[in-house]
Design a protein around this ligand. Structure first.
Ligand code: ZN
Length: 73
């Protein structure tokens, strides 16, 4: 529906650089160079979010950590 040929290009939230409206339609609010940094942060955050999920499953790992604490006393 939205034709972007004459559309004003959106500006990067970080550096104010104009970027392709196609990016905006993909959900990006940053230019390519800033978007790269955010993509990396996002990946880091996702990997951090995954970690607790694994810990939940790996109950033994948590248990052994508690054991290690007791042994340390
Ligand atoms: Zn930018």
């Amino acid at each position: 529906m939205i034709e972007t040929k004459q559309e004003t290009w959106p500006r990067c939230l970080d550096c104010g650089e104009q970027f392709n409206p196609k990016r905006l339609r993909l959900g990006y609010v940053h230019c390519l160079s800033c978007g790269d940094g955010y993509a990396q942060k996002e990946a880091t955050r996702k990997s951090k979010c995954v970690a607790p999920a694994f810990n939940k499953g790996a109950y033994q790992y948590v248990g052994s950590r508690a054991d290690a604490k007791l042994i340390g006393r």
